[in-house]
Design a protein around this ligand. Structure first.
Ligand SMILES: [Zn+2]
Ligand SMILES: [Zn+2]
Length: 320
């Protein structure tokens, strides 16, 4: 049986199962003066719920002991169970206001990002692949629920816990209203999906926004903080945020150079770029992320005048 692990005094971590390649997502119980703060909720699946229920029982923690729920962001693996847990616990629910807005857009539009179709069309995604991606997402989308947060963050708020105050740090890029929680006293960072030890977080492309720049800016902000322990949403705690940030910035710089190189050879659509950059068969869900990743980089390079789009029957051809 999966049990809570004490990853830090007064912080319990539990790895909840996920039905895709990324095997688990961590949720955390942080002790309050009375009760607990729950960070993230896991996916809305029977195994995830039963794992959480079993682990709480084993520790003698009741649903009503959870007084606050904070979502780092609205991705299905982090928010799927939120509606159910709010109901069971009666806890106050908080998230960043930009994330609540983004969630409203998605739930209001048949649980899809409103610009999804346009993004696939512009990228030149072939229809059969689009159908495959749609099939894969159909079930995952059931995790999006209308939530009514009792508290909306803008960043900078302090949450009182038994560890001392946890500061809300707004880190846009992976998602528009992603947040990290930071204990300045303890040099401890709950990094959500912003910093993951062995994975480069996916950048969410949004039309009209340079999400890669927003991600890099949020890394600069985290770089300025004193952090001894990073507690991420996927994988175990680790240290060395500055080295990780340096490496990740280098990775995006390389990606940008690689893309300019490819486009200098010949103009390509975003979909064709994915084929060149990931020289292996991607699962439909990873293909979707790869397309958005490429779009985010193209937008970033376009703003620097390094690549240029031109329309070709709906699909956009990019040239260096
Ligand atoms: Zn995420
Ligand atoms: Zn995640």
């Amino acid at each position: 049986m999966v049990q809570f692990q004490e990853v830090y005094p007064r912080v319990l971590s539990l790895a909840l199962p996920l039905p895709f390649e990324l095997e688990s997502v961590n949720v955390f119980l942080v002790a309050l003066d009375t009760g607990y703060l729950l960070i993230d909720c896991g996916m809305q699946t029977k195994p995830a719920f039963e794992t959480l229920e079993g682990a709480m029982e084993q520790r003698g923690i009741e649903w009503r002991d959870i007084r606050q729920i904070v979502l780092t962001h609205m991705h299905p693996d982090h928010m799927g169970l939120a509606a159910r847990l709010v109901e069971l616990t009666g806890a106050e629910l908080a998230m960043h206001q930009a994330e609540a807005e983004h969630l409203r857009l998605v739930t209001g539009g048949n649980r899809r990002i409103p610009w999804l179709e346009e993004a696939y069309l512009q990228s030149g995604v072939p229809a059969p692949l689009e159908t495959k991606m749609e099939e894969h997402f159909a079930e995952i989308r059931q995790n999006f629920h209308d939530l009514a947060p009792t508290r909306l963050f803008v960043g900078g708020e302090k949450l009182e816990t038994a560890l001392g105050p946890l500061e809300v740090i707004w880190t846009s890029g992976h998602s528009p209203g992603h947040i990290c929680l930071y204990s300045r006293e303890r040099k401890l960072l709950f990094s959500g999906d912003q910093i993951l030890e062995k994975i480069t977080p996916n950048i969410a492309w949004h039309p009209g926004r340079d999400m890669l720049a927003e991600f890099l800016e949020s890394l600069a902000l985290l770089d300025s903080l004193d952090i001894e322990l990073i507690v991420p949403s996927h994988g175990g705690p680790f240290s060395g945020h500055r080295a990780w940030i340096r490496e990740t910035i280098g990775h995006h710089r390389e990606r940008c150079d690689q893309m300019i190189g490819l486009l200098a050879q010949s103009p390509r659509t975003a979909h064709q770029m994915v084929g060149e950059m990931w020289r292996r068969q991607l699962s439909p869900i990873n293909h979707h992320f790869a397309i958005f990743e490429v779009l985010a980089h193209l937008e970033h390079l376009k703003r620097q005048g390094k690549v240029h789009p031109s329309a070709d029957h709906g699909a956009i051809m990019w040239r260096a």
